[in-house]
Design a protein around this ligand. Structure first.
Ligand SMILES: C[S@@+](CC[C@H](N)C(=O)[O-])C[C@H]1O[C@@H](n2cnc3c(N)ncnc32)[C@H](O)[C@@H]1O
Length: 272
């Protein structure tokens, strides 16, 4: 396991995990998650696929996306290497590629953008990795049905990853998302995602889109950060939807105006 991974955090009597100060510090340091793909290759493949330029940043500056790194570390330490892992809104597949480098081989993902799916396939082929990625809408997924009966595709997954997309979608609630994806998790399966915390509510101009902060107020669009939830709210939604909240970590925000992110890990609770 790489050096930035939070190792062997102490299980509390209830099975939940607590991180030591050193583990929390390490989780914030930008190491251990590079993909070893050259910037030139990334730019070429992003351009060729027509995918959003954001993916160049997500891949080449991956070490600085600590929420993604922590979420992947948690999955990698919680699951055996033969676990089936599924990423919702996987974009370029960078998180799945990192998991592949850590020895996981049953890796699946969906994204609504065909260009992103094309990019993830190209990157996977560049790295000699097998990813099963396809176009699908994470708010009304057909992945299970479309794949049913195909060899090698599990009906449910051991781990699900969901990063940097849900809170941008207007009108969606966390509980709705958790209910949609619960049937795709096997008994005891885990889901890891990150959330913008309510601390962002107190940042000046937080109600406006960050790209519009320099414009007159009348011309600004609403904030891109539509959903902001604190831990207690995530815990409540988890309980209502048949999950146990296992752990969470608030990441440090050094740049003023950037939203604070908190990574959460839930386990599918047994059916009532
Ligand atoms: C900011 S990117 C994050 C990609 C990836 N999760 C990561 O962390 O690198 C957001 C991704 O969410 C995808 N997306 C947005 N809405 C979606 C939906 N309803 N279903 C599936 N994917 C969606 C976008 O196409 C985009 O690739």
């Amino acid at each position: 396991m790489d050096d930035s991974a939070p190792r062997a955090s102490r299980p509390a009597p209830d099975g939940r995990r607590r991180m030591s100060f050193m583990q929390r510090l390490r989780a914030n340091l930008p190491f251990g998650h590079g993909l070893g793909i050259s910037g030139k290759d990334v730019e070429r493949l992003v351009n060729d696929s027509g995918a959003d330029l954001w993916h160049v940043h997500a891949i080449t500056r991956r070490n600085f996306r600590r929420h993604a790194c922590v979420a992947c570390d948690w999955l990698a330490s919680a699951l055996p290497r033969d676990a089936a892992i599924f990423e919702i809104a996987c974009g370029s597949g960078a998180n799945l590629l990192w998991l592949a480098q850590k020895g996981f081989s049953r890796l699946y993902g969906i994204d609504i953008a065909p260009q992103a799916v094309r990019l993830s396939r190209e990157l996977a082929s560049l790295q000699g990795v097998a990813l099963n990625v396809r176009v699908d809408n994470a708010l009304s997924p057909s992945f299970g049905e479309a794949q049913a009966g195909k060899p090698g595709v599990p009906p449910v997954f051991d781990g699900i990853l969901s990063l940097t997309w849900l809170y941008y979608i207007p009108g969606v609630e966390l509980a709705e998302f958790l209910r949609i994806w619960r049937p795709y998790l096997g008994q005891g399966g885990i889901i890891v995602f990150e959330m913008i915390t309510r601390r962002y509510d107190s940042i000046p101009n937080n109600q406006y889109h960050t790209d519009d902060w320099g414009l007159p107020a009348s011309r600004r669009r609403p904030s891109e950060y539509r959903m902001r939830l604190d831990k207690s709210e995530v815990q409540r939604a988890a309980e209502q939807c048949g999950y146990t909240h296992l752990r969470s970590l608030r990441l440090m925000t050094i740049i003023t105006g950037k939203p604070e992110r908190e990574v959460h890990m839930l386990r599918r609770a047994p059916d009532a």
